[in-house]
Design a protein around this ligand. Structure first.
Ligand code: CAA
Length: 286
């Protein structure tokens, strides 16, 4: 199967990054969100990222224009009727994703593959919302998408070999290195990353250290590019909490208990960079 038109549902921090790398690989992209302003904000982010590439001499101005020209804005899921491959990158909420997959299943061509960028919801549960579970797969990009090399490709119980092979080769076409994971809560990336972040929040909660000291220990002591609390702010504290809840519900093992302080921050609307406040304060909303 040849992928020509690539759909992305969600134009937020993950969705616009995925749209950018897909358009840069030469595909026509439909970037969808529920409101025009969200799509425009996503396009603005892509424009700024590409402009940095031009300023640094990585791409020419005409290449930037061509990449942007391949991204078609959309606010109606029916636009995905033209797509050969769709990645859903909406908010990490099960009910929301289920609804999107039911709608995509109804509007997309029967041969189209429906992938999800979910960071933790079981692929099998999402696939069961559709009449094509063999064409449903996890395609989990890392944030910031244009920079991070990994795509975690997750097979659901019913995912076909053909769907898997196509998703794998598409990841490579986007300049990424895929790794295969099976469908257990958190897959590989978040099964390991999120308990580490949660433990860093526990360190703050118990007064073991300040946010700065906790992050300094991990940056300089373990050579992590950023500390776990700064990384949580980048990912979004609501997403971190949702992933911990999924691990906790999925394994029923107390080692996955979300830190009460993480919950408190989320309830207060301190979601990290996107709201200007998380474990750190940010000057402005990015
Ligand atoms: N979008 C696009 N490009 C970005 C970017 C963004 N949001 N943030 C940084 N960059 C680019 C910069 O422009 C810069 O490019 P050049 O080399 O061309 O100048 C490059 O990345 C390096 O950036 P900086 O010099 O500003 O800063 P840095 O060297 O500290 O790198 C970082 C920034 C790439 C974010 C680095 O700190 C890092 O790798 N952090 C860890 C990120 C990580 O762990 N991500 C995974 C999160 S988990 C996840 O996504 C999955 C999930 O399900 C929760």
């Amino acid at each position: 199967m040849d992928v020509r038109v690539f759909g992305v549902v969600g134009a937020g921090q993950m969705g616009n990054g995925i749209a950018q790398v897909a358009a840069a690989s030469g595909l026509e992209v439909i970037m969808n969100d529920i409101k025009e302003e969200f799509v425009q904000k996503g396009l603005k982010t892509i424009d700024a990222n590409l402009e940095r590439g031009v300023a640094k001499g990585r791409i020419r101005a005409d290449e930037k224009a061509a990449i942007l020209g391949r991204i078609k804005p959309s606010t109606a899921l029916e636009d995905m009727a033209r797509a050969d491959f769709v990645v859903e990158a909406a908010t990490e909420r099960e009910d929301l994703k289920f609804g999107i997959f039911r709608e995509l299943d109804a509007v997309c061509p029967s041969a189209a593959i429906l992938a999800t960028n979910t960071s933790s919801i079981p692929i099998g549960r999402i696939a069961a919302q559709t009449g094509r579970p063999e064409k449903v797969i996890g395609m989990h990009f890392m944030n910031p998408v244009p920079v991070m090399k990994l795509v975690e490709v997750i097979r659901g119980l019913a995912t076909s070999d053909e769907t898997f092979a196509l998703t794998w080769s598409l990841s490579e076409r986007f300049g990424k290195t895929p790794a295969q994971a099976n469908d257990y809560p958190g897959f590989i990336a978040n099964r390991i990353l999120m308990p580490m972040i949660n433990e860093a929040v526990y360190c703050l909660y118990h007064g073991v250290g300040t946010a700065e000291d906790i992050d300094t220990v991990m940056k300089l002591g373990m050579n992590h590019p950023m500390g776990p609390l700064a990384l949580a702010d980048l990912i979004g504290l609501d997403t971190c909490l949702a992933i911990m809840e999924t691990l906790n519900d999925g394994f029923r093992d107390s080692k996955y208990r979300p830190c009460p302080l993480l919950r408190k921050y989320v309830e207060a609307g301190w979601l990290g960079r996107k709201t200007g406040r998380g474990f750190y304060a940010y000057d402005r909303k990015p």
